[in-house]
Design a protein around this ligand. Structure first.
Ligand SMILES: [Zn+2]
Length: 259
């Protein structure tokens, strides 16, 4: 599943479209158009517009134009291709196969080239002027005082809190497990039970882990990733790992050093 790291790779690829003019909009899948928009509305508002920049908040990629902003969400299996190439050849949960019906949305540019969204499971979507009000601060941008204040009142397991995009945006299942494993925190602990130094450590590990895995090549490159199978042991201390469902997601953690 693409998490903020993968969306940042997509944003970098989407930068190649800055300065280009939209010649045509292909939106063959009405289900993929969100916020009440239609293929006709997208064609009317985007054709002739120039792409002026790209932004990312959490897992939301935004393409600014000299008209509206286009918001792109990638769900579980979405990928972005610009001029036929993308940053990631194989995502953790997506097949490397290409099927024409997986093409959900495309902008074609004057003078050739295109930006294309491919999404087998079609859990992503496209929206004009996406609402970012309910989205928390991006995980790389959130400062410690705000992080501490938000966590202090949370009764939810700390892993569920990390996954909730309204608190901090961008963290998915693989990143959350890796961050908590590195921070030495039990994913099931309610956020408000964390001591001040534990909150500091968690905040530090959010930023460090995102930066490290971005350099390594994706959300699936964490040290705990090799252990995401039944019967695996902790890469740090060799203890048998625990597998639970927390926040509705399969969770791997070490009962020895994650307390
Ligand atoms: Zn351990």
């Amino acid at each position: 599943m693409p998490e903020m790291i993968e969306i940042e790779y997509y944003r970098a690829v989407a930068e190649r479209t800055v300065g280009r003019v939209v010649a045509a909009v292909d939106a063959p899948d009405a289900w993929y158009l969100k916020g009440g928009t239609t293929a006709r509305a997208l064609r009317a508002t985007l054709t002739g517009r120039t792409v002026t920049g790209t932004r990312r908040v959490g897992k939301l990629l935004m393409l600014d134009t000299d008209g509206p902003t286009l918001g792109l969400r990638f769900g579980m299996t979405g990928r972005l291709l610009v001029d036929g190439t993308g940053p990631i050849e194989r995502l953790e949960y997506s097949s490397g196969r290409e099927d024409p019906v997986w093409m959900r949305f495309a902008l074609r540019f004057t003078g050739g080239g295109e930006l294309r969204m491919v999404d087998p499971r079609r859990l992503g979507g496209v929206q004009l002027d996406p609402d970012t009000e309910r989205l928390g601060t991006d995980a790389l941008a959130v400062r410690l005082p705000a992080f501490r204040a938000a966590l202090a009142t949370s009764r939810a397991p700390v892993k569920a809190w990390l996954l909730d995009q309204s608190h901090i945006a961008g963290i998915g299942n693989l990143l959350a497990d890796e961050i908590l494993w590195r921070a030495g925190l039990d994913p099931a602990r309610p956020g408000r039970t964390l001591a001040p130094d534990e909150v500091t450590q968690l905040h530090r590990q959010v930023q460090r882990t995102v930066r490290l895995l971005t350099k390594r090549g994706g959300s699936h490159t964490g040290d705990l990733q090799v252990a995401r199978v039944r019967g695996a042991t902790c890469p740090r201390d060799g203890a048998p790992l625990e597998r639970r469902t927390i926040g509705g997601r399969t969770t791997y953690s070490c009962p020895l050093h994650q307390r």
